[in-house]
Write a protein of this length. Structure first.
Length: 371
């Protein structure tokens, strides 16, 4: 009789091993297009309220609702990203060409800035070797040369991989359509298949959906708003390459310890020091009063207190994500950190509930009947 349970346990272990092996093999197949799958899932989660709204207006026509939601995603996300990317390439190429041709003289800019500073500021900068215009110009040119070489290499890779890029976008849109249409049913199947207790599964998957939406809205959307505002004020003040600087500010806004001020503040100081006092004061006031307040006003509203992460966790997880996954790490890093905290929070609550139940059992046994 003991052989049957042993045989059943062996079969369960073999099936578990097969399940893990097949899952890993499937993940390996998807690995070349993990970015497409990742962003399809993220966009499906973020735009699921839009899909539900269309479903309510078009009952029984989920395919049409998913297609309309996909059009919204194209108009709100993908097309603006493509247009912005083209503008960045154009502006960056123009800046580099002007530097190469001598139309943009970095040494003259630096010398004009230093001449406009008071003596105490010049003496302070001299301690850090910033007053040596020739040395600073050589460093900046070397940095720009390295950057241009990097972007040139990336441009060649993008040119060579255009077919792969188009294939990845096509896969993302194709998968995104079905995730929008059938995401609810698919998520229920996944939740049902996960071998966890019911309360753990409900809490975990609810937390995952909330965290994904909150992290995307609370990081990317806030960064985009800050970048757009920064680019608009740069354009209004006549500063060169406003789109490029706006994108740089958007990326830096993702890092709480850095922020967009690392771009607009030095530019404001330069404008004031070189005689454009009005523009410099406007930029400083706008940067501190508008761009700087966006994070404090929008992030708590979009993220909420339950899913907010400490700034140091966001900084470390973002940098770690970028180091491991490139641009995808901007979202994946903080997302993994948020899920890490969420999972341990669920485990802590479960442990607290279990301890409370254990402590209440002896009292219930000692209580006389009828009291």
């Amino acid at each position: 009789m003991s052989s049957k349970p042993q045989r059943g346990a062996l079969q369960d272990k073999m099936f578990l091993l097969l399940l893990v092996a097949v899952s890993l093999a499937f993940a390996a197949i998807l690995l070349p297009f993990y970015s497409a799958v990742l962003w399809a899932v993220i966009l499906a989660l973020v735009f699921s309220p839009v899909q539900r709204w269309f479903n309510g207006r078009l009952p029984g026509k989920s395919s049409i609702a998913a297609f309309l939601t996909l059009l919204c995603i194209l108009g709100i996300v993908l097309i603006p990203v493509a247009v912005t990317g083209a503008s960045i390439v154009s502006e960056a190429t123009t800046i580099y060409s002007n530097i190469q041709s001598g139309d943009l003289n970095l040494g003259a800019f630096l010398q004009r800035f230093l001449n406009a500073l008071p003596s105490w500021a010049t003496n302070f900068l001299a301690k850090f070797g910033v007053t040596d215009v020739a040395d600073m110009q050589a460093r900046i040119i070397a940095l720009l040369a390295e950057g241009s070489q990097f972007f040139a290499t990336q441009a060649v890779l993008v040119g060579q991989g255009t077919a792969n890029a188009l294939l990845s976008v096509s896969i993302m849109l194709y998968l995104l359509f079905f995730l929008l249409r059938d995401g609810g049913k698919l998520s229920q199947k996944i939740i049902h298949a996960v071998p966890l207790a019911g309360e753990y599964k409900d809490a975990l998957f609810d937390k995952i959906a909330v965290v994904v939406r909150a992290m995307v809205k609370g990081t990317i959307l806030v960064a985009i708003v800050q970048g757009v505002l920064g680019g608009m004020i740069f354009w209004a003040l006549g500063i060169h390459a406003p789109v490029l600087w706006g994108v740089v500010m958007a990326f830096l806004s993702l890092l709480p310890a850095v922020g967009a001020s690392i771009v607009w503040f030095p530019v404001a100081v330069y404008l004031i020091a070189t005689g454009a006092i009005g523009n410099g004061l406007i930029l400083m006031a706008f940067g501190a009063g508008v761009i700087g307040l966006v994070d404090n006003l929008l992030r708590p509203y979009l993220v909420g207190k339950d899913t907010a992460l400490p700034d140091y966790v966001v900084l470390i997880s973002t940098l770690g994500g970028i180091a491991m996954l490139g641009l995808n790490g901007l979202v994946v890093g903080p997302l993994i950190a948020a899920l890490f905290i969420a999972v341990w929070d669920i485990a802590a609550r479960a442990q607290t509930a279990q301890e409370a139940a254990t402590e209440s059992e002896p009292r219930s046994k000692d209580t006389p009947v009828g009291t």
